[in-house]
Design a protein around this ligand. Sequence first.
Ligand code: ADP
Length: 965
Amino acid sequence: MSRSTLLPVLTLPNPIVLLPTARIQLSLDEDVGTHLIELVQRSEVQLVIGTVPCTSPTTIHPWGTAARVVRVVRPISRASQRVYHVTLHGLSRIHFPDTSSGPFAPNELIELRAEYPPADGPPSPESIAPFRAAASKLLDSLAQDATQQSRRDVYVKISHMIEEVSDDRAPWMADVIVAGINKVEYADKLAYLSAAGSDDRLRRATELFVKQASITEVTKKIAQSIDESLSKQQKEFFLRQQLAAIQRELNNLNRPPGAANAPGPGSAPSIGSSSDLDDNEQSEADDMAEIKAKIEAMAKDSEERKMAVREWKRLQRIPSGSVEHGVIRNYLEWITSIPWPSSAAYADVTNNDKLRDRAFLANARRQLDEDHYGLEKIKKRLIEYLAVVRLKQLQAEREARSPSDAIVPVTPPPNSELEGNKASRRRVEGDATSRALALIQKALNSKPTAGASQSDVGANDEVKDRQLVKVPHPAKPPSGGPKQQRGAASKAVKGPILLFVGPPGTGKTSLGQSIARALDRPFQRISLGGVRDEAEIRGHRRTYVASGPGSIVQALRKAGRPDPVILLDEVDKIGQSNFHGDPAAALLEVLDPEQNHSFNDHYINVPIDLSQVLFICTSNSLETISAPLLDRCEIIQLSGYTYDEKIHIANKFLLPKQLKANGLTPEHVSLTQPALMHIATHYTREAGVRSLERAIGAVVRYKAVEWAEYSDSTGITDIAALPSLEKSEGKTYKKVVEEHELEKILGIARWDEEELHREERRGLVYGLVVTGMGEGGILPIETTAVPGSGQLKLTGSLGEVIKESGELALSWVKSHAYDLYITKLRSQDPLKFPEPIDIHLHLPSGAVKKDGPSAGIAMTCAFVSLLTGACVPTNIAMTGEVTLRGRVGPVGGIKEKVLGAHRAQVTKVILPWANRKDVEHDVPLEVRAEMQFVFVRTMEEVLEAAFGKGVLNWRGNMVVMESRL
Ligand code: ADP
């Protein structure tokens, strides 16, 4: 039996349905809300109302749900119309027998008759089993798909409840689950609401669950397939974006940088702005942008730019991880970092203000004097050289500036050329990259220079900036722009190439540095000693593994300017032609002013203009330098220093330098003059000052340790607070180094022993030599007679020439043996009579190669001494070539030899007559004053000078000329 009762019923708007067991919250109009509150207030128990879904705006569903009013809330804000919120909890189904009495409207509270359906018995087992199965399946799949752990737990819990719930509670469970699924369609919900019988309800719920489960499954499948296709699409989209970006970059390169249609820097993928490429690897992109900027800064139409652009395009096509990519990138880094003379970026840097300075030569002179002691002649020659460089440079600038040959200022310049210079000089400030960037920015904004339509020069920023351009012929586009625009700096200043020849440590390198400082140009040194491979100068071709540019390009890059001073050190030690190519020939190309405007480095593979580079060569001797190379150089000889000069250099330069290098001041250490002289004479014996500097360095370091120990033990850190020797007790520190202390500091002197051994002996004569290092010195020539058969044996690593001159000397002695009373008869061979002997001649330092004819007279003297028994005093040394007739010919290296003899404390030197001028010109006065020179024309004169007048007896009268300075 159904109970019928009159109930306040809330009409629910489509698609809201309240199922039993469910809880909903609704918003109500003010009237409905106040009415409901009145009812709540009037009711003594908790108010129960009916709810009914409105199937259309005017009709209601015959079934609804009785619901308890849990809460009615009146929000504070009165602004909105629906101000009341009501929470309802569904209790049980109700039936409305009278639905035709309408019309009804949603969201109203009306009085309606409602019937509670009679209580139903427990459902049949046939409907329960499929219900349980369908519900479990649905809940499992829901649990699987749930993204939140808490939801998943709820589904699992309900699924367990379904298993455990009693049969008669199954319909209630069905209500709970259906109310809980929020994706159930409106019609299905209404149909389910209408199912009053428990079997009917379970059947419908089962249908609903099956339907829902299949929907979820299908949805999942669809989602999955959508997902797949979506990610494919995304990938495609991404790749297309990349492609577009690459395309854009390529187009950008193809277009001349000053293209008229180039958009503003903001919209163009300009350097520094971020593009799709940049997003991927920012730092990589930055590097690439820098390279790109440098390429853009290269002179238009230049070879190097074409090459760089070509490689850049290749680089864009190659995947970035590949080896090839690395190779090309490395190449691009090199080619863009060379200071190309044609590049506008360097045009202003090379504008040498220093040269224009009227005081240039005076400043240069001062610079040379500051850096070097003495070397007067050399400094004079260098000043001449710098004067020529300056004159040529200024001449070149004048020519470039002269308004003839159709080069005229475009647009009236603001105020003459100087203004322009100022402006351009301002531009130079900042580093090279920002310069390059500025240029590109300008290029992007400006119009191209070529083409008839661009005759509007006023619009061309870049041209205006350079000030001077060739006036274009109206019919012809302007050509060769970059060359014209380079300005005076590009004019090559071709001075002679200087070649400093001299022993080590004579200041060749430091003179080169002084020249660079005087010209205000960067200085680079390339050591050619032992270079056997042409590739070291010219670079390896790019096909070669680990290839790279040669030393010239490396030096240019390091210098960062197209006009550095490059010192080619030890050109005499460069290897000759071999299977690695011909390094000397490569050097020739570098040095030849006719060729070096297009030097070809194999790696760079674009002709490089070296004509602005100032090359200076150094070498120890001239003998091994090839004639073509010598031909290109202006030789400046540095022959070594006298002891006096060395002491001066040590006082003024070496000691202060060493003190500074070791963290001391002149107050800490000083050397007495005798001490310095002792170092120079007993610890070093060299033409230059390298060993002297080393020895002074050793003394300074020794004193540094002493000072540190003293300072640590006494706590005195200020040298000024040093107590005088008398006052101090215990430990003392003595700042002056005296001669007798040197042995303690430097060890036993190196040259003492040899001095003792220079004894007067039969068959021993001292000759003069210049070693491979260009250093002069004395060389003992030892001879001895051994029983034999009249042979001459020569040892001591002798070359062909010196061996021949030994034989020659012996022949001369043999032919004059009778005159010198060696033999009794003219026909006798002195090596056979009275006893048959062999003569053995040896030159010590057997490992050192010796060659040349200059030992001729010394060897002759040695044979005469051996055969006559007369001795040559040890203070005498000699040099000179001898002919078969006994004439003495001139030899080279006189200054070195004389200085060497002076160092060895030789007081009398016998020299060829023809070398008189060399002594007068080259040998310093103080040395000349301390030595006696005997200039000789014939062997007879040599013998008299060597053995002393009257020591040797001559048959017949001999006239001996002696000349003294
Ligand atoms: P080189 O290149 O001829 O082998 P360097 O130029 O390297 O010799 O000189 C060696 C050292 O001697 C340097 O420290 C240099 O400054 C110093 N030196 C050489 N000659 C002089 C000089 N005339 N005045 C001052 N210092 C000198």
